[in-house]
Design a protein around this ligand. Structure first.
Ligand SMILES: NC(=O)c1ccc[n+]([C@@H]2O[C@H](COP(=O)([O-])OP(=O)(O)OC[C@H]3O[C@@H](n4cnc5c(N)ncnc54)[C@H](O)[C@@H]3O)[C@@H](O)[C@H]2O)c1
Length: 376
């Protein structure tokens, strides 16, 4: 079986998540390629220590240029703070390798466009991370939206809710500072996850009215002092779609101040004939609406019906590591031309579209008005 050699730049939270999924790649049934982690770069030598336990890793380095020189690496996953995306993603592409990027795919729209255009120019295979749509419930929502059973769409709500900013005494990190996270703040952190399915369904907002909130503006700096925390904590976007001659509202919520929510990803689509909703708050539950005399919201308990079958039994519950692995499987299957009709990872064009919406949202918040989204 063909082996795809991969490398990671940025061995923090997400680098480890990717390495763990590669480490159990054999759980995928009849997958077309084997994927193996061979090199890892992190500026912090301490962060590299964890990767010593992975037998296939030949190179641990603090110098990403050394990693990119290795000719036998096919794909690089880059998981770095947002201000570094543009420079590192472009260098990966120029080194002749394919890229699995992290969101938000550049710190701003300009960076996202530069990365997309370079990938196009060099013909590299590039996709961006967004794993929640690979959960069985999200997959069913996607299928239901495509089925035509929903009728005329009345409204759509999608969101990603965290409580990660609720503790004001949590020390600051790069995700809470504009210089590293970006002016779009929480939209850059959570927005790609929210927009992946809507954009794939062709639901590109025509305009947006946004309300952004900065609530926690200072945090401990971890060294006994205080530091300015200048990112948006919460973003509520009311957008409009033009669908088959009708104007349909779609609300998009991205919040790091959502009391009690740990990692709640949700989507709801209401229509005249049917409807569907799913939230990771109740991971197994798929809700579908139908009208036949009485109006009924019907709950189905889902099992492990993932797009890329694994050794896991069909009635067992999936979780974050599972949808992350499914997303990686979608990346490598699509790279091999073996995705078929399954959902793929976020494309560079979709990533650029999300930035176009977030840019309009920033303008809307500042002007207090509805702003048309400017696409390419
Ligand atoms: N898909 C998801 O669900 C998800 C979740 C969290 C974060 N992310 C994204 O992943 C990316 C990384 O986030 P994270 O949570 O892993 O961050 P992190 O802070 O945990 O890890 C970043 C790592 O990069 C290293 N680093 C910093 N500058 C470097 C440089 N110049 N060269 C090499 N290494 C360097 C740091 O030492 C650190 O180990 C971001 O784009 C973030 O938005 C995605």
């Amino acid at each position: 079986m063909k082996t795809v050699n991969t490398a990671i730049i940025g061995g923090g939270l997400m680098g480890k998540e990717v390495a763990s999924a590669f480490g159990r790649w054999f759980a995928l049934n009849d997958f077309p390629v084997k994927v193996q982690l061979t090199a890892v770069c992190d500026l912090n030598p301490q962060a590299l220590q964890w990767y010593r336990q992975i037998p296939s890793v030949e190179l641990l380095t603090t110098d990403y240029k050394e990693l990119l020189k290795k000719e036998d690496i096919d794909v690089v996953y880059v998981a770095l703070p947002h201000h570094l995306h543009r420079e590192y993603y472009l260098e990966v592409l120029e080194s002749g390798k394919d890229l699995l990027a992290e969101k938000p795919f550049g710190i701003d729209l300009e960076a996202a466009v530069a990365i997309r255009d370079k990938a196009r120019e060099l013909g590299r295979f590039v996709r961006c991370s967004s794993e929640m749509p690979f959960l069985p419930g999200a997959q069913r929502v996607y299928a239901e939206a495509l089925s035509g059973r929903i009728g005329r769409i009345l409204d759509i709500r999608a969101g990603f809710l965290h409580s990660s900013d609720m503790d004001p005494e949590k020390p600051i990190n790069w995700k809470r500072q504009e210089a590293f996270c970006g002016k779009i703040g929480v939209m850059g952190d959570l927005g790609m996850h929210v927009m992946h399915l809507p954009l794939r369904l062709g639901w590109k907002p025509a305009d947006v009215f946004a309300r952004l909130q900065k609530i926690v503006t200072e945090r401990p700096d971890g060294k006994g002092g205080r530091a300015v925390c200048d990112t948006w904590n919460n973003a509520t976007l009311l957008t409009t779609l033009e669908l088959e001659g009708e104007t349909v509202p779609m609300s998009l919520e991205m919040k790091r101040l959502a009391p009690g929510e740990t990692n709640t990803w949700l989507i709801e689509i209401n229509g005249t004939e049917g409807g569907v909703k799913y939230s990771t708050k109740d991971t197994k539950a798929l809700w579908r609406f139908h009208r036949s005399g009485e109006q009924v919201w019907q709950r189905t308990d889902l099992g492990f019906q993932v797009p890329f079958p694994t050794v896991t039994g069909g009635i067992f519950e999936p979780g974050f590591p599972d949808c992350f692995m499914q997303m990686l499987a979608a990346y490598f299957a699509e790279r091999e031309g073996a995705l078929g009709s399954r959902l793929g990872c976020v494309t560079p064009d979709e990533a650029v579209s999300s930035h176009q919406v977030f840019k309009a949202a920033l303008e809307s918040h500042l002007s207090g008005s509805v702003v048309k989204v400017a696409y390419d």
